[in-house]
Design a protein around this ligand. Structure first.
Ligand code: FAD
Ligand code: SIN
Length: 538
């Protein structure tokens, strides 16, 4: 056994994650004079945020209003959004977008100088502000530039392993608080190859989504649901995790990577066509190609199963914009793969994209554990219900970060200086390289099981099959984890199997089809609305 005894880093607020949620939150709390640190597991820009294409949905034009945006969000959410939360978050949108503009985000504009508004599925109006099709990168760059000037410590290649809570300390006879609260965290420093302990009065989970639980996803490799797993292990229930959003249009590639073709392409007139070159969405929804995402993804799945084709196609001849100018990122990535989207219909398939559920929070990002906050895709506020409206995610993150920062400052003002010295990490004996092959097989099996049995169309039998496999995998991985010297792939695998099982348990709880959860065994909706909750895992 190796025990490291080194001086412990100490902060008022530790933020895990450097996407839009973590960076926006950090800026506001640092402005109030608190000691803030961001720890992020790869390089600082690597996040889902960095890949966002379509934009940020917010009411800015004269023909639009808050009620319409609220209504579209509620409809997409298929009855399960919290209407109060929806209104409160959406109404703050315009002010928060002004903050982004002040920080240097230059949203695309029309020739006459007015802001250019995109349209996406489920929106009754054009209201999506964008920077061509690289909106996420523009936001990430601007936030990082501002962070650099604010005195926030930013640590790259530090992987958050677990929260240290008062309850855990009490068990070790080291606690000073009777009620449970956050005391700090363990981080794996991937460059030094060791674990450090960090003391914090408050912690924000801003770790993003869970796309990597599936074989095919739009999400980058960081999206391994670490924050959800950490919160669950710290004693919190998770909410509505069955609602995994599949984006309808990702570039079909035999290599397995799934480059996103933004929905905004359909907003400018592109149409999905079947194996015979015929548009088919009208059969499924009056909004046809611009129906909410759950409807379009299911329709594609149905068409592919019916025809036996490996993809459908996105046809672009009637577009009202110059494709190359409006969608330079999509254009370049299609061309790289040998497809000229202005001449050939783009082969597309759905892929796992967004987690609508997560760690339940109040409207100030607080969770049920004192001192623990969650913001962005890791959190479940009630905004998205059973299916997120396009481009409401960046909006939610930036609005909630503002609200959460105000709340955390009040919490920190009420905290006394802590005297407790947190326990150091104790490593296992098994070198991480041992049984590496078994671990990568476990990862493949997990992702394959989620893709095959917990996808767009589900059944109780398939979910139970997935559950049986995941339960075994979890036992095997945990057994290895407790004896091994940790490294990033092992830590990610442990979190992925934890959250994959939480997704399946949530799906098994929902005995109806609603939004993104469609099961052939319960095709109708129940009259009684409910959010699913799955108890903490150890
Ligand atoms: P992220 O941006 O994913 O950031 C998470 C951060 O946490 C990363 O820095 C990561 O490295 C870090 N992290 C994770 N785990 C750990 C750990 N254990 N230790 C340390 N650090 C950790 N939404 C929209 O509203 N509009 C769009 O146009 C849009 N387009 C999208 C396109 C793509 C391809 C994708 C994948 C998503 C898109 N989304 C869009 C969704 C949106 O981008 C995300 O929901 C949003 O960016 C999430 O922000 P976040 O800050 O919560 O998480
Ligand atoms: C897209 O650009 O199609 C993705 C938008 C989103 O996920 O909100």
């Amino acid at each position: 056994m190796t025990v490291q005894n080194r001086p412990q880093k100490e902060y008022d607020l530790v933020i895990v994650g450097s996407g839009i949620a973590g960076l926006s939150f950090a800026l506001k709390v640092a402005e109030a004079g608190y000691r803030v640190a961001i720890f992020t597991k790869k390089t600082k820009a690597e996040s889902n945020t960095n890949y966002a294409q379509g934009g940020i949905a917010v009411v800015t034009s004269a023909g639009d209003d808050l009620d319409k945006h609220v209504q579209d969000t509620l409809e997409a959410g298929d009855g399960l959004c919290d209407a109060k939360v929806v209104r409160e978050i959406l109404q703050d949108g315009p002010e928060r977008v002004q903050d982004l503009i002040r920080m240097g985000v230059e949203f695309s504009s029309l020739e006459d100088g007015r802001i250019s508004l995109g349209k996406e599925g489920g929106h009754s109006k054009r209201r999506v502000l964008h920077v061509k099709d690289i909106t996420g990168k523009a936001i990430e760059d601007a936030l990082l530039a501002n962070i650099a000037a604010k005195g926030v410590d930013l640590f790259e290649h530090f992987f958050a392993i677990d929260l240290i809570t008062a309850k855990k300390l009490n068990k070790l006879g080291m606690g000073e608080s009777k009620s449970d609260r956050v005391e700090g965290l363990y981080f794996f420093d991937a460059e030094a190859n060791e674990v450090i302990t960090v003391t914090a009065s408050a912690v924000l989970l801003a770790t993003g989504g869970a796309g990597q639980t599936y074989l095919y996803t739009t999400n980058p490799s960081i999206a391994t649901a670490d924050g959800i797993a950490m919160a669950s292990r710290a004693g919190l229930s998770v909410m509505n995790l069955e609602f995994i959003q599949f984006h309808p249009t990702t570039l079909h590639s035999l290599q397995g990577d799934r480059f996103l073709i933004t929905e905004a392409v359909r907003g400018e007139g592109a149409k999905l066509i079947d194996a015979h070159g015929k548009p088919f969405l009208k059969k499924y929804h009056p909004l046809a190609d611009l129906a909410p995402r759950d409807v379009v993804a299911r329709a594609i799945d149905r068409e592919m199963k019916r025809s036996g084709a490996s993809c459908v196609r996105l046809d672009t001849p009637n577009m009202k914009v110059d494709f190359k100018d409006r969608f330079p990122n999509v254009y370049e990535n299609c061309m790289k793969r040998g497809i000229d989207p202005t001449k050939t219909p783009i082969p597309v398939v759905p892929a796992a994209h967004y987690s609508c559920g997560g760690v339940p929070t109040s409207l100030d990002c607080s969770t049920k554990l004192a001192g623990l906050y969650a913001c962005g895709e890791v959190a479940c506020t009630g905004l998205h219900g059973a299916n997120r409206l396009a481009s409401n995610s960046l909006l939610e993150a930036v609005v909630m970060a503002h609200r959460g920062a105000e709340s955390v400052c009040k919490y920190l003002a009420g905290q006394k200086k802590r005297s407790v010295c947190l326990p150091e990490w104790v490593d296992g004996d098994v070198p991480a390289s041992d049984e590496r092959v078994v671990l990568s097989h476990n990862l493949e099996e997990l992702k394959r099981a989620m893709w095959d049995y917990v996808g767009i169309v589900r059944s109780t039998k398939r979910l139970e099959r997935a559950h049986a496999r995941l339960r075994n995998l979890r036992r095997e991985i945990n057994e290895y984890y407790w004896n091994a010297k940790v490294d990033v792939p092992l830590l990610e695998l442990r979190n992925l199997v934890c959250v994959a099982e939480l997704i399946v348990l949530s799906a098994l709880q929902r005995k109806e089809s609603r939004g993104l959860h469609f099961t052939i065994d319960y095709p109708d909706q129940t009259a009684k609305l409910k959010n699913t909750r799955v108890a903490p895992r150890t």
